[in-house]
Ligand binder design. Structure first.
Ligand SMILES: [Zn+2]
Ligand SMILES: [Zn+2]
Length: 208
């Protein structure tokens, strides 16, 4: 598969003020567009856009644990972070459809550099079918958006929030994800805006 990355934007900046969504393997476009839209709504900034990149193939074999039959999230995130260094965008969100884990946890919905350039989410445990429930495309997309906003929040340095309605609340299970909103609480929103401004300023300063 081609490793060519095409940024569908026309920024003249050296570092585009954008969040790039990077499909790791074939990912349903409806979900990718829902994530793009959800990020724009949650972050709500005119100076920060989101875009969808061409799909790439991560080194899945190296991340696979045959005993657990799962993929090591940190190994894939490290690869995304490496790819992110060549992409001239503020943040990169990898979207994958395999079951992720980190040592000492049964699974993870995603992982992020906190703070850092990259984040990763998995769609594997977001489909209602995974829990023996009938398919529900809008619920599936809603869950993907919440996980995406949560991990991108981490990349800007936000930690977990104690407000169970806030998108930065830690999801121990899909029930927590369903219970929270796709938005930041007032306090996290104020913090994330401050942090985004700082990172945008830093990116601009590097260009000058
Ligand atoms: Zn988290
Ligand atoms: Zn919060």
């Amino acid at each position: 598969m081609s490793q060519k990355l095409v940024i569908r934007s026309e920024y003249s900046f050296s570092i585009a003020p954008a969040i790039a969504i990077l499909p790791l393997g074939t990912i349903d476009h409806q979900v990718l567009y829902a994530i793009k839209d959800g990020l724009s709504k949650a972050l709500s900034r005119d100076d920060l856009s989101s875009l969808i990149l061409e799909e790439v193939s991560p080194p899945l074999r190296e991340a696979y644990n045959p005993h657990r039959q799962q993929f090591h999230a940190t190994k894939i995130l490290t690869w995304v972070d490496h790819v992110a260094r060549d992409l001239r965008v503020l943040r990169v969100l990898g979207v994958i459809d395999v079951d992720l884990y980190v040592p000492y946890l049964n699974f993870v919905f995603g992982e992020a550099k906190c703070p850092g350039r990259s984040a990763l989410i998995s769609l594997h445990r977001l489909r209602p079918e995974f829990y023996g429930e009938p398919p529900n495309a809008s619920l599936f997309k809603e869950r993907a958006v919440k996980e995406a906003v949560h991990e991108i929040g981490h990349t800007f340095g936000l930690t977990h929030c104690t407000n169970s309605n806030c998108v930065m609340f830690f999801s121990n299970s899909i029930l927590d994800t369903d219970a929270k909103s796709p938005y930041f609480c007032a306090s996290c929103e104020a913090r994330v805006h401050k942090l985004i401004s700082w990172f945008l300023g830093e990116a601009e300063a590097k260009v000058l």
